[in-house]
Ligand binder design. Structure first.
Ligand code: FRU
Length: 497
């Protein structure tokens, strides 16, 4: 956009709408050199309301160009979350002159139905574009999938299933997932249900995703099913759980026992994340972005002009652990291009607080930190990074060897009074990796912190609102000591410059 944002709390290297309300990322698809990002958007207010699909594109996953609103509410209702695909073989017949259509599949939400207490007010509809996502036409035969009379029936994530040569729609239905199949994106038939008795059920299931990932060290692949759930997250409110298993074009079978719950991110602020469709085979990555907020307080966070940002783009992979296959999230390598000035910290013993602010010489507000810390055997040390400002506000993110938990502490991070649950407790996450060396990889962006612990085995994403940007950086080890083996800090450049 050429102009640098100046508002307080405006993220400098995360996507945010120029103004007004945003929630879930939608319809992420790669086509013709562009990463498309659509998002739940209400252009008339900074709180949730009649939903549209906002739109932005990027050529590099870093810098975004804002585009006009792609989808407006229509006679079928508001435009809720969904996905987009490239219909390469023109199965839908909506393509023209050999150009494959981009097809968006979304939920039409009709609120009059809600008022009347009906149970069939969420249906699935499609729209298509023949000009690289700039202009969208709603399909005249909408809705393409009617509700079977269930209240929550939404957020279609569609992908082409190679083995069975058909489209598969993964749909969130109240407390489970339903799979539908289609030859042409226009007619859908129910295949199976999954999840009523598996995983977490503290809230309604929303925004699912289904994709294949390589099992490391083998030719085998596994299917991963992401399910966002609200409320019922591990630290309260909205969060995303996942299942690892198999899918044959009809039925998903989880490898885990029904009692097992796996969380993609333990922070409070990574919700409704789904992955990009149609990433070229030569790239082959599975790329995700989530909504960096939580329904517990999203509508009252202290930003005035706009509300919410997305997480940084992440690559998802699988890792073998003693407990089974687990999902790993890593910052995409593209982010390294945003690295500015850097500072390497000498290996040293950390006992108490080490102030690095003078050594670094750059503020902590837009910063990437990569630390490797070694703990003595049977340590009970509490170690991590603290960022703070001249107002005495501080945020801590680290690992506590006594409890074997990573944690994120925003209780004294700045503004908290806008919500009584925002800073009610320190967020914790179990350590999945083992061994004496703990790795902390953290992105700080003015109003957020994203921790990738142990190379992405434990992830925590939290937003925060300091009254003044953080300037100081400290590394600490309390209740014990730690050996800092390596440490490097980078300024992260703004994507809007
Ligand atoms: C998730 C969600 C979706 C829905 C959308 C509405 O945050 O509730 O289930 O489609 O937001 O904006």
């Amino acid at each position: 956009t050429g102009s640098q944002y100046t508002e307080q709390h405006r993220p400098s290297f995360h996507f945010s709408p120029e103004s007004k309300w945003m929630n879930d990322p939608n319809g992420m698809v790669y086509y013709d050199g562009e990463y498309h990002l659509f998002y739940q958007y209400y252009p008339d207010s900074t709180v949730w309301g009649p939903m549209h699909w906002g739109h932005a594109v990027s050529k590099n996953l870093l810098t975004w160009e804002h585009l006009p609103i792609a989808l407006f509410p229509d006679e079928n209702g508001w435009i809720f979350s969904g996905s987009a695909v490239v219909d390469w073989n023109n199965t839908s017949g909506l393509g023209k002159n050999g150009k494959p259509p981009l097809v968006a599949i979304f939920t039409s939400h009709s609120s009059p139905g809600e008022k009347a207490g009906r149970n069939d007010f969420q249906t699935q509809s499609i729209a298509y574009s023949l000009d690289n996502g700039r202009k969208w036409t709603k399909y005249p035969g909408n809705p393409v999938l009617k509700s079977p009379g269930i209240r929550d029936f939404r957020d279609p994530k569609v992908s082409w299933h190679e083995a069975s040569q058909q489209w598969i729609m993964t749909l969130a239905v109240q407390d489970h997932i339903s799979f539908y199949a289609s030859p042409d994106l226009k007619t859908w038939s129910h295949q199976s249900d999954f999840g009523k008795a598996s995983g977490a059920h503290g809230g309604v299931w929303e925004c699912p995703d289904l994709f294949q990932l390589q099992v490391p060290g083998s030719k085998e692949t596994k299917w991963v099913l992401l399910v966002s759930i609200n409320p019922g997250g591990p630290n309260g409110g909205s969060a995303t759980q996942y299942f690892v298993g198999s899918f044959d074009g009809k039925t998903f079978r989880s490898d885990n026992s029904p009692e097992t719950t796996l969380w993609m991110d333990y922070g409070r602020d990574n919700y409704a994340g789904v992955t990009w469709s149609d990433i070229p085979k030569a790239d082959g990555r599975r790329l995700l972005m989530g909504w960096m907020s939580n329904w517990q307080y999203a509508t009252v966070v202290p930003t005035e002009k706009w509300r919410s940002a997305t997480t940084i783009p992440r690559e998802l992979t699988l890792k073998n652990t003693s407990a089974g296959l687990r999902l790993i999230s890593s910052p995409v390598v593209e982010l390294e291009k945003l690295r500015g000035k850097s500072s390497k910290i000498d290996a040293q013993k950390v006992a108490g607080i080490v102030d690095l602010s003078a050594k670094l010489g750059f503020p902590a507000a837009q910063m990437e930190a990569i630390l490797e810390l070694e703990l003595p055997n049977d340590s009970s040390a509490d170690l991590g990074i603290e960022v703070s400002n001249s107002k005495g506000e501080r945020y801590r993110v680290g690992y506590n060897a006594a409890t074997k938990q990573f944690y994120s502490d925003r209780t004294q991070a700045g503004k908290t009074a806008f919500s009584n649950v925002f800073a009610e407790k320190i967020h914790v996450a179990p350590r999945l990796a083992s061994g004496n060396i703990v790795r902390l990889h953290i992105y700080f962006d003015r109003a957020s912190a994203e921790l990738f612990g142990d190379d992405g085995a434990t992830v925590m994403t939290d937003i925060l609102f300091p009254n003044e940007d953080y300037t100081q950086v400290k590394v600490y080890a309390e209740n014990g000591t730690a050996q800092l083996k390596s440490g490097v800090f980078y300024v992260v450049k703004s994507i809007w410059e």
